[in-house]
Ligand binder design. Structure first.
Ligand SMILES: [Zn+2]
Length: 106
């Protein structure tokens, strides 16, 4: 995916200002120029995108956790209803686990 103006403004410009060195190599993944800082060569755009994605996933996970807490705190007395609710809780936990895994990986 090509760079957006926002990424250039938010990622590339501050890096240049921070004294990082722009190399004449490009990232094979997104085409952004690679940078070197403190002996480390990296693609600032891919790192930025990965952070943004993690932030999004975290937001979804937190919303799911809130719903889960709400359900656990208001379990119905009726056995049939309770069983249904427990089924929902179980599925919700499964979904949350999947999001946690996504956050851990790239
Ligand atoms: Zn990249």
């Amino acid at each position: 995916m090509a760079l957006t103006n926002e990424e250039i403004r938010k990622v590339i410009t501050p890096l240049l200002l921070s004294g990082a060195k722009m190399l004449d190599k490009h990232c094979p993944k997104c085409g952004a120029p690679l940078f070197e800082k403190d002996g480390r060569v990296f693609c600032p755009v891919c790192e930025y995108r990965s952070r943004q994605k993690k932030k999004e996933l975290k937001g979804v996970e937190e919303a799911l956790m809130a719903k889960l807490t709400e359900l656990v705190n208001s379990l119905p007395e009726d056995m049939d209803e309770l069983e249904k609710t427990l089924g929902v809780i179980e599925r919700l936990i499964g979904v949350i686990e999947r999001y946690k895994k996504l956050e851990g990986g790239e």
